[in-house]
Design a protein around this ligand. Sequence first.
Ligand code: MF3
Ligand code: CO
Ligand code: CO
Length: 267
Amino acid sequence: MSIVIKTQEDIEKMRVAGRLASEVLDFIEPHVKPGITTDELDRLCHDYMVSVQSTIPAPLNYAPPGYKPYPKSICTSINHQVCHGVPGDKALKKGDIVNLDITVIKDGWHGDTSRMFLVGGDASILAKRLCAVTYECLWLGIDQVRPGGHLGDVGHAIQRHAESNGFSVVREFCGHGIGRQFHEEPQVLHYGKAGSGVELRPGMIFTIEPMINAGKAAISELPDGWTIVTKDRSLSAQWEHTVLVTQSGAEVLTLSAGAPARPGSRS
Ligand code: MF3
Ligand code: CO
Ligand code: CO
């Protein structure tokens, strides 16, 4: 499989799928409170997708080669969990940071986005700074997207900002092309060398989804076969958008009324 260039009709469908994925996060935000379990968040999102949006939760039973089918409809990664956290019966508590990662399928097309939430509106100074810097990393990456640019520009911008803030970039997981398939080519690394890698062309659609650790970059997988944690148990944050390469730059497809604004000029 090579990189699929999307047509105008494909792009229109991807705009719809992207907005719907972001709207699931808008819907769930008021429920992300101390005391709720991640199973409850999963059920609320599942029902919203299936019954309100008529979308399909892409994670449910998703089974890439070497994995057992993913058992839930969303991913919920708390504190030192990096990604692919499997919802369970543990309640969120004040001061936790949690990533909710939503992928919907609408009309055969995928939209994939995730945000960080501060549970109880509160977190340590470090946790807040990690979430803010990771969000800045996402947008610095997005700002590198333009025809004639390279994926290495995206990775380089992200790595530079994370590391200059004393944080580290997870290497084992990356962004990805997306469309009729959940995970398509190319791989979008969140580190790298400017000017290297795939040259960007209008009609490419991929995610950018940096996973940034407060401690070391190393990760391990929990016995559930899905949940990824930092090896040193330091905090980890992630934000994700689905992005289209346009004639002049980038269009973020996973926006909606409740999506946070792009960061200000802080660097
Ligand atoms: N949404 C994740 C991503 O951004 C993938 C989750 S796969 C799952 O690529 F099976 F864990 F849901
Ligand atoms: Co993704
Ligand atoms: Co995702």
